[in-house]
Design a protein around this ligand. Structure first.
Ligand code: PCO
Length: 187
C-alpha cells in the first residue's frame, strides 16, 4: 500500500485562518507525497473559514465533550496518536502563550500537551506587528524552541487591519514546503 503520512493542522483565532481551505487543499493534493489531513480548530479559529466545506475532517472542542463514559475514545489522545506531524497555522498570540506555559484548556492545546516529542511540531505565528514586537513574544518563542517546536517565520506585509509590518503568517507554499521537509524524517 502506498505510504500515506498523517498531518494534523491546528488552527487558532487569527484572521490568517482564512488561508486554511487553501492550505488543506494544497497539502492534500501534493504529487510528491501522499498526505491525509485532519484539522483541529479552536472556537475562535472557526470564525474565519467554513469547516463544512473543507476537504478534510475538522475537529472541535464540542466533539471532545461528546465523551460519555469510560471506554469512549478521548479525542485529543486519538488525534495525537494518529498524527505523524502537527502544524499549527495560524498560531495566534493567545495559543502561543498557552503552549509556552503548558496550558491546555481546549482540544488543540490538549493535543499539544500530549504531543510526542519525537514527532515534528511546526507553528506559524500570525498576529499584528505590535503584538509580535512585544517583549513577551521572544520569551514565548524561546520556550517553544526549548520544547523542540519549529517556527515557520512570519512575514512582513500589509496586515488585515491595515498596518504594514511583521506578523503575517508565512505563505501557504512556505508552510507546505516546511511540512514536506519535516515529513521526510518521519518513519
Ligand atoms: C492584523 N493581523 C493579521 C494577522 C496576520 N495576517 C496575515 C495576512 C493575511 C492576508 O494575507 C490575513 C493572511 O495578512 O497572516 O493580519 C491585525 S490584528
Amino acid at each position: 500500500m502506498e505510504d500515506c503520512k498523517h498531518v494534523l493542522l491546528g488552527v487558532t483565532g487569527s484572521v490568517a485562518a482564512i488561508k486554511v481551505p487553501e492550505l488543506v487543499k494544497t497539502l492534500s493534493e501534493l504529487s510528491s507525497i501522499k498526505i491525509q489531513v485532519k484539522v483541529v480548530s479552536t472556537e475562535r479559529g472557526l470564525h474565519f473559514f467554513d469547516a463544512a466545506k473543507l476537504p478534510a475532517a475538522c475537529h472541535t472542542d464540542a466533539e471532545e465533550w461528546e465523551w460519555k463514559e469510560k471506554g469512549d475514545p478521548v479525542l485529543h489522545i486519538e488525534l495525537r496518536k494518529w498524527a505523524d506531524l502537527l502544524v499549527i497555522a495560524p498560531l495566534d498570540a493567545n495559543t502561543m502563550a498557552k503552549m509556552a506555559t503548558g496550558l491546555c484548556d481546549n482540544l488543540l492545546t490538549c493535543v499539544v500537551r500530549a504531543w510526542d516529542p519525537v514527532k515534528p511540531l511546526l507553528y506559524c505565528p500570525a498576529m499584528n506587528t505590535l503584538m509580535w514586537e512585544h517583549s513577551i513574544t521572544s520569551k514565548h518563542t524561546a520556550a517553544l524552541a526549548d520544547l523542540g517546536y519549529i517556527q515557520v517565520h512570519p512575514a512582513i506585509k500589509l496586515l488585515a487591519c491595515g498596518d504594514h509590518g511583521i506578523g503575517a503568517m508565512a505563505t501557504v507554499d512556505n508552510i507546505v514546503q516546511n511540512v514536506v521537509e519535516h515529513l521526510k524524517h518521519v518513519q
